[in-house]
Design a protein. Structure first.
Lengths: 122, 514
């Protein structure tokens, strides 16, 4: 039971650990390369990317109540684009920039998780 | 009615109520690998020591035909007993009675035993196994939770509070365990979440199992909500008993002193730490080479493993250990490990447990995700906790101690009482590679062979600064010691600090970064 829970090392660095196949990785801190193990959370961390202001994402998971724009439609800054209902609140999403609606990926009654690409502007 | 008959009647009543939700419900409970509420209490406490209160309490609900329903004990068992002959208070929710749902009287029973525990200055153990609020009782259920949370907060730092999650614990109910000192979970049995898979599916369209959303492993490895992970209820109860052997019964007492024992011979302190600061090893081996009988009770073993915390004894006295773990992420400080250490330091400080800090870290973890996750705010917690702690504090710098990490890990500057360093210690503003690149940038860039020059300068810096003597020359380190002297000096430190007394400026309370 215990052995399954323990951190495993490839050689017997730990007095208690058995020889296993887990591999050491390299972690660089201020130019120094350290030999060490990674934990699950570190390995699964999200890579950062610069937010694209042409992409309208759902900031909260919820249901699309109404889409107010069509593909190809010209919109100015602050034009209401759609209503996203979440936690019993109706949230109107506005265009952050002036431009043209390139693509609408959702329709009324769609359920969307957080971070879904709803509308693309150009 | 003759007395004998009345006694018979009482016995019958007791038996009936103690059957909880009845045979069928008990069978269902057992088939899930769970014990019943009373079985749990009996297996946890000393034999025949349990006395139950409020056995005959009945529920208060009148709406929705609830007045016609009988809910034995209103779904919770409360009482007092002993563990290792010391008094404790306990409550256990009874899932066989209306799914252990919490109504007004259910909550009143819990708060009654909580008040009792606080007044008698004894630990409180809460066994959670409940479907949540009893909807039929409406706002009375919410009031019940609120009264519990308030008492959890009031008792915090006065008596140890232990939560054992042995079934579902969902919605608002999760906040009572979250306010307590230690949370125990069991694989496939414990489930904790604010909103369950059903709601998540209907509202968000995301599908996830209870186990993947808030099972024992999730809370032990990912969220850090749980402190101890077991694979069976039996193992869980053994862990609770072990924890209680290490800690004092309230904040006016010291942990019970045990017969001193030497560490086991297989943990040879001279053979554990590689001289090269870039090589990993298991810091727990060093702890085991120091503590009595090499007996170390690790807390939150599976979460933020780059920081190791737990209890061990030095010459019979319980100490709290806070250690960087070079085996995982080189032992860096990050959001989770700062959080983990800070809370543990505050626990030790509240309950008169001396803190021993073993240092071997390259600093804070670099990365966008860390910066955006608030490593500044979370990292500050550890500085706050160490600075604030007035229990005896001893620090052993085992190997590298660079930059902000050096300051944070119970340095002299945060008023550590004893700072020891091994000859392998490297106390510097940053690692030699990074420092040389900055200080000798010009020389390296303009050299005919920059790589060769870089190597030379790194070696030069290493020779001059990567040692404990620069810090010792300023008195930041009290003594540079041989590893084999560590235990002896820690025994000495605890002896010297026996009557430690310091007081800071008068204030209501500080404003820690949490």
């Amino acid at each position: 039971m215990k052995s399954q829970k323990k951190i495993k090392a490839e050689d017997t660095t730990s007095v208690d650990s058995e020889k296993t196949t887990a591999k050491y990785q390299t972690l660089i801190v201020h130019g120094t390369k350290f030999r060490t193990l990674f934990n699950k959370k570190y390995e699964n961390r999200k890579k950062w990317s610069k937010p694209n202001e042409n992409h309208i994402l759902s900031f909260i998971p919820g249901t699309i109540l109404k889409v107010m724009v069509k593909e190809g439609q010209k919109v100015s800054k602050d034009t209401p684009l759609l209503i996203l209902e979440a936690m019993k609140m109706e949230n109107t999403l506005f265009a952050p920039i002036s431009g043209k609606v390139k693509k609408v990926n959702v329709k009324a009654n769609d359920k969307v998780p957080k971070g879904t690409l709803l509308i693309e502007l150009e | 009615m003759p007395l004998k008959k009345k006694i018979q009647e009482l016995k019958k009543k007791r038996e009936e109520v103690q059957m909880g939700g009845g045979e069928k419900a008990i069978e269902k409970q057992l088939s899930m690998g769970k014990l019943t509420a009373r079985e749990r209490i009996v297996s946890l406490l000393d034999r025949d020591s349990f006395h139950e209160y409020d056995l005959f309490v009945e529920h208060e609900a009148r709406d929705f035909n609830m007045d016609k329903k009988v809910l034995h004990g209103d779904g919770v068992v409360i009482g007092t007993g002993t563990i290792n002959d010391e008094p404790i208070a306990i409550f256990a929710q009874d899932f066989t009675v209306a799914g252990g749902s919490l109504g007004l009287m259910h909550a009143r029973k819990i708060t009654k035993i909580m008040d009792h525990a606080l007044k008698m200055r004894m630990p409180l153990i809460g066994i959670n196994d409940s479907g949540g609020a009893r909807i039929q009782e409406g706002v009375n259920s919410l009031a019940g939770y609120g009264e519990i949370f308030f008492r959890n907060t009031l008792s915090s730092g006065v008596i140890p509070q232990i939560s054992v999650i042995l079934g579902p614990c969902a919605g608002g109910a999760v906040y009572s365990p979250a306010l307590t000192d230690f949370v125990f979970v069991v694989e496939n049995i414990s489930k904790m979440f604010i909103t369950g898979p059903e709601v998540i599916k209907t509202v968000l369209g995301e599908e996830i199992s209870m186990e993947d959303l808030g099972g024992a492993r999730v809370h032990s490895e990912i969220t850090g909500n749980a402190h101890f992970f077991a694979v069976s209820e039996k193992e869980c109860f053994e862990q609770i008993e072990k924890l209680l052997s290490f800690i004092p019964w309230n904040n006016n007492m010291k942990a019970p002193k045990k017969e001193p024992k030497l560490p086991k011979a297989k943990y040879n302190i001279d053979n554990i730490v590689p001289g090269d600061a870039k090589q990993p090893y298991d810091i727990r081996d060093v702890v085991k080479a120091i503590v009595d009988d090499s007996d170390f009770l690790e807390v939150q073993e599976l979460w933020a493993q780059n920081m190791v915390i737990g209890f061990g004894r030095i010459n019979g006295e319980t100490c709290g250990f806070v250690c960087n773990q070079p085996l995982v992420l080189a032992g860096v400080l990050d959001v989770d490990s700062s959080d983990k250490a800070a809370r543990f330091i505050r626990y030790c400080d509240a309950f008169n447990i001396p803190i021993i800090t073993l240092v071997d870290l390259p600093g804070y973890l670099p990365g966008i995700d860390q910066e955006h996750a608030g490593v500044i705010r979370h990292g500050a917690k550890i500085l706050y906790a160490y600075s604030e702690a007035t229990v005896p504090k001893a620090t052993v710098i085992v190997r590298k101690a660079y930059g902000g990490g050096y300051i944070a890990m119970s340095s002299r500057h945060l008023r550590s009482d004893f700072v020891f360093a091994w000859p392998t210690a490297e106390i510097a503003v940053m690692g030699p590679e990074g420092a040389a690149n900055i200080i000798f940038r010009k020389e390296i860039m303009s050299a005919e062979d920059p790589e060769e020059m870089r190597k030379q300068k790194v070696a030069e810096y290493k020779e001059k600064f990567a040692n404990p003597y620069v810090a010792a020359a300023r008195g930041y380190v009290d003594s540079v010691i041989e590893p084999v002297e560590t235990r002896k000096l820690l025994i000495h430190a605890i002896e010297v600090a026996k009557n430690k007394s310091i007081s800071g400026p008068k204030k209501k309370h500080g404003v820690p970064p949490f």
